[in-house]
Design a protein around this ligand. Sequence first.
Ligand SMILES: *[C@@H]1O[C@H](CO)[C@@H](O)[C@H](O)[C@H]1NC(C)=O
Length: 437
Amino acid sequence: MHIKVILFAILISFIFSRKIRLRKSNLMHIPLIQKGQRVQDAIKQTLDSDIKISFKLSSEEQEFIKNQNLLLDHLDRLQYAFQIAYIPLRNSYNAQYFGQIELGQPEQHFEVLFDTGSSYTWVASSDCHTCKKAGVKHFFDCEASNSCNYLNKKIKLQYGTGKAEAQFMIENLKIASFLIQNQTMLILDELTELKKFEGDGLAGLGFDTLSDGYPTLIDNLFTQNQIEKKEFSIYLTDEYIKQNSQSKLILGGKLDNLGDHNDQWHYCDVINNRYWAIQGDHVSFVSKDGKKRRSLKSIQPIHNTLDEKSDILFTSLFVIDSGTSLIVLYEKDHQRLVEYLKDFGIECYDSIQYQGITECDQANIDEYPNFEISLCGKLFTIPPEKYLLCSFFQCYLMIAPFDQRVSILGDLFIREYYTHFIQESPRKIGFIKTVQN
Ligand SMILES: *[C@@H]1O[C@H](CO)[C@@H](O)[C@H](O)[C@H]1NC(C)=O
């Protein structure tokens, strides 16, 4: 009898602990849809200016994308792993990746951009007509939710390309199976001059220094015991069809099977308390055979290279921003680096058609050098197929200029290198070449 009771107790505690474990291991399935272009939310609060990039797609390209999206809808995006949450990211044109969250009671659904470059989480109010104009499709109704509470406080967000006005509210937020209670977030009343925002809102993965000290999603996931470590990782892909190569946000840590087993994790210290920013040693164009190299170097690079010709980087601060589509270089660095392409026989100039985009006359992608960046001592290479978009007559650089003294490695970079963000101090960002399927 005694033994039975004890066994029963053990069994119960086993089931109970398993339950807790299972709860922790629930994956975040937020299919992120990548759409259109993104406005540079990352820098919006401290820096005035923004970069906005728009592409006109040909009808064939549009058709191609549409088909890929249809395929995506039929994929099962649910995956599970121990103590880690996934958010499969859906990718539509390598521009922005969106995932799903639920708010309130009863639940209201939203597609949000998971953004390491900002820290507030926001959705739009149905009174926000300018949000509708900007492209927001789903609006949050606080009155319809039993758990929503307005704080008597407003905030103005400054974008380079627009402005937003919002109210603070406290609401319960669900990401896949994780429930965050009492998340302080924003509900937008006004969004001006901002065009073509393809999601419903934004989920900030930055530090609380950019959310006026209010706990961020990651902070709350941790304090409410949904994740064990204040960590997450982002794996992005532009392959739609292969199931195991889907884009994901993984909450609570990293997954080693998403990194190329021939590569090793390389971690850099975060050197800024507002942004996920690290030290860059140099950016270069390097011929495929490695013989010709043109670089811009930081004053004290950890990793040095031999160049016939090189110059000094104006900024060696590189922000890793999932909310930016491209690689963005401080314009003074961008301009000189693009000049260097002449030494590879390639002439480039500002595109007249696409504002903020650099266009090059060489349409043969094989003629281009690799783009290379060294981050706290390790070289990362981006081949021309990845940093160019080519037509029959010219190529467009997906490395864009920015008028603020900061450079940004966006989704283009993250697609090549699976990225692990560690928020607990000492803050670090790790990279590994993404697994090649
Ligand atoms: C959320 O707020 C409600 C109401 O104020 C409170 O009862 C509950 O304990 C809070 N939950 C957390 C996790 O802070």
